[in-house]
Design a protein around this ligand. Sequence first.
Ligand SMILES: Nc1ncnc2c1ncn2[C@@H]1O[C@H](COP(=O)(O)OP(=O)(O)OP(=O)(O)O)[C@@H](O)[C@H]1O
Ligand SMILES: [Mg+2]
Length: 657
Amino acid sequence: MIGMRLGGIDPSILRELSGVYTPFVKAFKELISNAYDADAETVRVDFTPDFSSVTVTDDGHGMTPFEFRTDFARIGGGSRRWAGDRTRKDRLRIGSKGIGFLALARYCDRLRVDSGAERSFEVQAEIPEGGNSFDLLSFLGVPIPIELLQDRVTCQLRRGNRKLEEDKDYTWNKKHTRLTLDRVTETVNVKVRVDCKGLRFSSQLDFERLLHLADNADLEKLDDFATIEVTKVEGACPTGTTITADRLKQFVRRELKAERRKGFVRNISSRSGLEQFNWQLSRCTPVRYATPAENPNPAVSKLLTLPTQSTLAHLEVTHGETSTSLCRPVYPLASGVAVVPPDMLVKVEIDEGGLKVEGFIAGFESIIFPAEYRGLSIRVRGVSIGDPGFLGADNLLTGVSKAALSQITGEIVVLSGLDAVDTLNPGRESFYEESEQYKILRKHLIGDGEKVRGSLGLAIDAVIRRSSVRSGLADVIGRAALRRRALDDVSAGVSYLIARGDKTAELLRKMVKAKHSHVNGLASAKPIEVPLPPRIGGLSVIQSKDLSEATEIDYVKAQIRVDMSRQEWLWSFVLFDRQFQVILKKGDPDQPIAEADLKESKIYVNWGHPIKMQMDERGFLRTALAWVVAREAAGKEPDHMMDLALRLLSFNMQGDG
Ligand SMILES: Nc1ncnc2c1ncn2[C@@H]1O[C@H](COP(=O)(O)OP(=O)(O)OP(=O)(O)O)[C@@H](O)[C@H]1O
Ligand SMILES: [Mg+2]
C-alpha cells in the first residue's frame, strides 16, 4: 500500500466534526446511509465475535479509486455535490455534507474501504497560463501502478473553443503519465477520463493517526494517514463496497458486549448491548416498517403506506450465530399492542411552503412501554432526526396535559422539505430552529403559541378526554354500587334480626306486616332524579336498558350509554318478605331523614338532610333506612328503637362493617 495525499482537510476542525456523531450507533448509521445513497438493496453488518471490528458490505454501485479520493476521503469535497439530490435509482440522497467518513473516527482506530466500480472516472483539469506540462499521476492523486493506468486514460485538451491535437500541440511521455506542450499563453482545459473496468482498490484510513495529527495541527504529515492499493481483477469484477471499522475502541466493545439485565424488561436500556444497537440502528436507517403477522392497527399502517419512500430491501446484522434483519419498529404496529381507536388516531398531513409531511399521532389509554416509543419520531429521507420527542411542547405543558405525553407516540414522515443543508445539523440529529420549514412543521404539530395545539394538541385532548370519561364513569358506577350495598345491608340486617326471634324480632315482624301510613312532608317534596350526570368528560350520558356491558362508550358519537336495568340502579329492596321502593326526595334540612309509607310500600329518603354532608352516600342511605325502620318498628319504645337502629347500622353483612 502506498500513502495517498488527501485534500481539503483542515485538521483543526477534524475532531470537532467527528464529535457530532454520538453515540456509536449514530456514527455507524452513516455507513448505512452511504450504502443507501449508493443505491444498495442489501446491506450486511458483521461483528467479529469479540466486537473488535465490524464490517459493512453493500451491493451498491461502488466507487472507483479516484472517486474514493475525491468524494470519500475528503471533507466537503466532490463535484457531485452540485449534481443534484437524487441517486441513479432516483432515491433522495441522505448524505450531503461530505463529512460522513469522519463519523467513526472516534470509535475505531482504522477504517478499511474495499470497493470498485465498472465505470469511467471523468474529471476536468486546467493548465494555467505560464505552465507547459501536466502530470497525470499527481493530478489524480491516487498511487496506481503505471501499467494499470496506461491503457485506460484518455485526455482531451482545449484552448478556448479549439481542440488541441496530440503530437502537434502536445506530446505524452513514454509512460503516458505526463503531457508536455508549449508554454501556455491562454488556459488549457484538460478533460481526463479513466476507464476503471476491472479495477478495485483497498484503502486504509488511520484515524488514530489522523486525530493525533489533528491535535498537533501537523498539516505536513496529513497525507500519511491513508494508504491505498489499486489492483486489477480478472473476470467479473464484484460490485459494491465493503467497509471495516477495525479495532473498535474499548468502550464501544464494552457497550456492545453488555448483557441483558435480569428481571422484568421494561425498556430498551435493559436489553443487551447488541439488541440496543440493533434497535437504535433500525430507527435511524432507511428500512421498511415492521408489520406483525397480525396487525392490530391496519388504520395506522394505511397512514404509513407512502409509495414515494424508498428503503433498503435488507439490512442484516450478524454477530456469531445470531443474525437479525432490521425493520423499523412503530409502536401501534408492534404485536400485542392495543387497538388505536379512531378518536385517538390523528392523521398528520402537511403541504405548505415546500414541506410535505404525512404520518400519524396516536394516543393510548395507558402509559406506553417501552419508554423509547413515546414521542414523535420525525423521519427525513427514511432516517429519524434525533430521538422521539415533542418539539419542545413538553416545556409548555403542565399537569394532566404533560402527563398525557407519556401515552402518545407518532411517526412523522417528511416526504419533501426539511432536508436542506441549512435545516439539519451535521450528523442529522436535530433541526436548526430558525429553519422556515421547521417552523411550519412545528406550527402544524404543536401550534405556534403559548398553548399546545396542532395535531399533538388534538391527541392530548383525546387522551385526557378518555381518562376523564373513564374516571368520571367509574365514579358514577361506583357510587351506584355503594348505594345498592346500603339497601342490601339493611335488608340483610332485618332478616338476621327477625331470625333471632326475640322482642326486637317481634317488633320488626309486626312492622313489615303493617299497612298504615305515617308520611306527612317528604312524600310531597320534590323527587330527586336518578343520580346520573347529564355529561361525563364532555360525552352525553344516555339511560339505556339491557346492554351487554354496564356501560357503552362511543367516543366518536360522544355518547355514553348506561344500562339502568342492572342491579346497582334498582331502588327496590326487601324487608323480610315484603318489597319496598326507595324514593329520594329533595326535602328541607329540618324535615325527617326518612319516612315510610307502609300502605304503599314506599320509603322516602330526605336527600337534603344535613347528615348527608357528613358521610358518603352508602353511609347516609344506610343511616336513613336504619333510622326509619327502627322508628316504624319501635317508635313507641325509645329503648328498643335506639337498640334496633344501632344494631341495623352495625350489622355486618360482608365483613366490612
Ligand atoms: N458505500 C459506499 N458506496 C459507494 N460510494 C460511497 C460509499 N460510501 C461513501 N461513498 C462515497 O463517498 C462519499 C462521501 O461520503 P460521506 O458520508 O463522507 O459524505 P456524504 O454522504 O456525501 O455526505 P454526509 O456527510 O452528509 O454523509 C459519498 O458521497 C459517496 O460518493
Ligand atoms: Mg454520508
